[in-house]
Design a binder for this molecule. Structure first.
Ligand code: GLU
Length: 435
């Protein structure tokens, strides 16, 4: 794969390797070249269709006013309305949101759901904000991005540090601005407000279903599989729970309070019960753990499978050589840098890429939106079964291409995704046909 794009510097002081936008562009470039796309189409897809940066003032509890930066980026809408989450994190920047928006286009395409890609974020540390401050920040953000979002144009959802409660505030604010109920403006809502059963679990369950399918394609059993999960949040906890139930041994887990190791395997039900009542839902102080480990130790543990389900750039050129897992299933978006991806691929590690492995969340978001538009409420098992069948089909398509063409699963996933988007662009615009 082309690596030249990462030579551009990253944002303020970060190594170039960690520039997520450059990494996303390089993955695109390699697959686009494989498809023989001409430069004009590449130019369109390397850019975004629309970007909005907003400054959001919030009246803080101490009487001061703080101004936060927020973003909504719409990458491509050839296959349908823009779709993608909103994250609250100190690292959020325009470049990060651009990269994540493009990844959503490819994710929705490889997942075969009728959406384009978008993403949003606010640069903030939500742990330092009170509930009232967070609610006000969210409502003011909705007012600021209202001109470009809508249930048929751009549909936000949860992402890092946002959840059903934040989605409820968005529905409430947007609906009151519109003067009518618009629950379909976001997905990932509370069930009581039109959310879908299974949406909370969907991303993690989809990661787990994909992981189990990979084991079966390799002729391995879950019972003989040890797993380390980095990040025990929206994605990692549900992935761990489903894999645990399928018989895998989860021997390491982590969150911002650190890493936890238990060679006998964690009782994930017990861990989740602990998390329900622990301060900020952290694993801190979890008693049934033989040893605390660092994040770096977790990533290089002797396990069969590693699930990075925290943030981007966790596996990089500095630690990829230490990874012992034979299979990596990406729960997070962009957890592996381009350089690490190359190192691991050359060593024969199987990496199931984010846009394929974590697409269960947006797939069930699509189901939620469909239920809202029709006024239906599907059963939990119905939702999960429908998602599973899509995840398995999509994995098989990508797996087959990677075997047939001797390319990585990531390159195959990008190739399939980009091809569908370009075909839709050509159907919409005859001027593109010759490209
Ligand atoms: N934030 C999730 C993702 O990165 C879900 C997006 C959605 O449901 O729209 O895929």
């Amino acid at each position: 794969m082309a690596t030249d794009v990462v030579e551009k510097s990253g944002s303020a002081g970060e190594p170039a390797e960690f520039n997520m936008l450059a990494n996303a562009r390089a993955y695109f470039e390699a697959a686009a070249d494989r498809l023989g796309l001409n430069q004009n189409i590449k130019d369109i897809l390397q850019r975004t269709e629309r970007e909005l940066m907003v400054n959001i003032p919030v009246n803080m509890d101490d009487g001061s006013v703080q101004v936060f930066e927020g973003y909504r980026v719409q990458h491509n809408s050839a296959r349908g309305p823009y779709k993608g989450g909103i994250r609250y994190h100190p690292q959020v920047s325009m470049d990060e949101v651009r990269a994540l928006a493009a990844l959503m286009t490819w994710k929705c395409s490889v997942a075969d759901i009728p959406y384009g890609g978008g993403k949003g974020g606010i640069t903030c540390e939500p742990a330092d904000l009170s509930t009232r401050e967070l609610e006000q920040l969210t409502r003011n953000f909705v007012r600021a991005i209202r001109p470009i979002i809508g249930p048929r144009t751009d549909i936000p959802a949860p992402d890092v540090n946002t959840n059903a409660t934040v989605m409820a505030w968005i529905v409430d604010e947007y609906s009151s601005l519109e003067g009518q109920a618009v629950p379909e403006i976001v997905t990932g809502k509370p069930i009581l407000m039109g959310g879908s059963l299974g949406r909370r679990e969907a991303t993690g369950y989809g990661v787990a279903r994909t992981a189990l399918e990979v084991l079966s394609l390799l002729g391995r059993s879950p019972e003989a599989t040890t797993v380390a999960v980095q990040g025990f949040g929206n994605v990692g906890s549900w992935a761990a729970e489903r894999l645990y139930r399928a018989g895998c041994k989860i021997i390491a887990i982590s969150d911002v309070s650190g890493g936890y190791f238990n060679p006998e395997g964690f009782d994930i039900d017990d861990v989740m019960r602990y998390q329900e009542t622990s301060p900020r839902g952290l694993l801190q102080g979890y008693p049934d753990c033989s040893q605390k480990i660092t994040n770096e130790e977790l990533l290089s543990l002797e396990v069969n499978m590693l699930i990075p389900a925290a943030l981007e750039n966790q596996l990089h050129s500095g630690n990829a050589g230490e990874v012992k897992a034979e299979i990596i299933v990406e729960g997070a978006n962009g957890p592996t840098t381009l350089l690490a991806d190359k190192i691991l691929y050359e060593r024969g590690t199987i990496i199931v890429p984010d846009i394929l492995a974590n697409a269960g969340g947006v797939t069930v978001s699509y189901f939620e939106w469909v239920q809202n538009l029709y006024g239906f409420a599907w059963e939990f098992d119905d939702v999960i079964n429908k998602m599973d069948s899509k995840m398995v089909t999509n994995l098989k398509n990508v797996w087959e291409m990677s075997q047939d063409e001797d390319i990585s699963l990531r390159e195959a996933a990008f190739t399939i995704a980009i091809k569908r988007v370009v075909e839709s662009m050509k159907l919409r615009n005859s001027g593109y046909t010759a490209m």
